[in-house]
Design a protein around this ligand. Structure first.
Ligand SMILES: *Cc1c(COP(=O)(O)O)cnc(C)c1O
Length: 387
């Protein structure tokens, strides 16, 4: 009988979960407090401290964090929210569900995210908010967007789902000194995870207080803060949502946050090996941040040059056959039926995103990869792409 060769499988992403997270969850379950309570408070304080002190309001996802933030900023029907077409659908859905009009715009080929000149061209008297993404964890230059926002009286909310641990000009993404707010994700594949979870950071204490209400039905206090004497008493002061984090999730998040510097260093080291090894290949490598800045390296997105021996689909299939699962970030908004039909979008309006979409592949990059895994990816990519 023939034994097939045992092939290695390298998933596209895998969380680094250890005994610390497992103990934290068990401890929380034994504590008897399951929903938002002491662990949520501790996690919010820890994220705030890590980022240098902004207000931090946890949610059950980045998506709901974006939604309640836009709602708190007064965005609703008739308002236009400008979003890069190359993002996960969550960025757009948050604005859409508030009745706002999503305006996807083309991207910059280096940041793979909002191109400031395309934003300027998309402005109308109804423009209300810019919603840029730090794609892949590259801390993008916010200066041109802040300038546009200031000149046109726009709100600015950063989708930092990929960017916890990124910094630019000595300031952490999420310090939120000039933006209205920044929103992180702790989804299973992100730089740290709670299973599911999100965090809004802002320097605006009133906004933070409003977000705490909006994540909990618009109730003026949460279960943990009710007074002992009148623990039954509460008032609904606006139409909120159910979007709070649980203590179980926060316990995982706290354990993950303690590991973040080590996880980040490991991602950085893998990205460094990839960059060196792939330099001679027919690829565009991901943009590196300026010296002194920190890339979160959530994603390592390569783009095949026209002279590469395989096209994108051929390359992904060949990688898959060798046990390496690649990703694609993203199928742009304008290629999804819902957005295309709803907004009447055509690919011609997004030439850069179209070219990036046709040529890009995301390689596995996560702290749990072994040196052997990394070597195998490097050798396989080299094998497939050497001309
Ligand atoms: C993952 C992701 C989101 C959504 O995060 P959730 O926590 O799953 O809601 C939003 N935007 C981007 C760019 C993402 O990658």
């Amino acid at each position: 009988m023939n034994h097939p060769m045992k092939t290695r499988v390298i998933p596209h992403a895998r969380a680094s979960i250890g005994e610390e997270e497992i103990d934290a969850v068990v401890g929380t379950l034994r504590s008897g407090w399951l929903t938002g309570g002491p662990m949520v408070l501790a996690f919010e304080q820890a994220v705030s401290a890590y980022l240098g002190g902004p207000q931090a309001v946890s949610t059950n996802s980045n998506t709901m964090g974006l939604l309640i933030t836009l709602k708190a900023l007064g965005i609703g029907p008739g308002d236009e929210v400008i979003i890069p077409t190359n993002t996960f659908v969550a960025t757009a859905m948050s604005a859409h569900h508030l009745g706002a009009t999503v305006v996807p715009v083309d991207i910059d080929p280096h940041t793979l995210s909002l191109a400031p000149d395309r934003v300027a061209a998309a402005l109308t008297p109804r423009s209300r908010c810019l919603l840029p993404v730090h794609l892949g964890g590259l801390p993008r230059d916010m200066e041109p967007l802040h300038a546009l926002a200031a000149r046109h009286g726009l709100r600015l909310v950063e989708d930092a789902a990929h960017a916890l641990s990124a910094s630019r000009g000595g300031e952490a993404v999420g310090a939120a000194h000039r933006s209205d707010a920044t929103v992180f994700s702790f989804y299973a594949t992100k730089t740290i995870t709670c299973g599911e979870g999100g965090m809004v950071t802002t320097q605006n204490a009133d906004l933070a207080a409003r977000l705490r209400r909006l994540r909990h039905h618009g109730i003026d206090r949460d279960a943990f803060n009710r007074q002992e004497s009148r623990s039954w008493d509460y008032d609904v002061v606006e139409d909120g949502y159910k979007a709070n984090m649980t203590d179980i999730a926060a316990a995982i998040g706290l354990a993950q946050l303690r590991k973040l510097p080590a996880l980040q260093a490991r991602r950085q080291a893998i990205a460094h090996r990839y960059r060196e090894a792939f330099a001679p290949l027919p690829l565009h490598l991901p943009t590196a941040p300026p010296a002194g800045d920190s890339h979160a390296w959530h994603l390592f997105i390569i783009r095949l040059r026209p002279e590469a021996p395989l096209d994108r689909d051929g390359f992904m299939l060949a990688m898959q056959r060798r046990g390496i699962q690649c990703g694609l970030h993203y199928i742009p908004l304008h290629r999804h039926s819902f957005w295309r039909q709803r907004l009447g979008l055509t690919p011609q309006a997004f030439p850069v995103a179209e070219e990036v979409f046709a040529s890009s592949v995301t390689l596995p990059l996560y702290a749990a990869m072994s040196d052997d895994d990394v070597t195998y990816v490097i050798e396989t990519v080299g094998d497939l792409l050497s001309c």
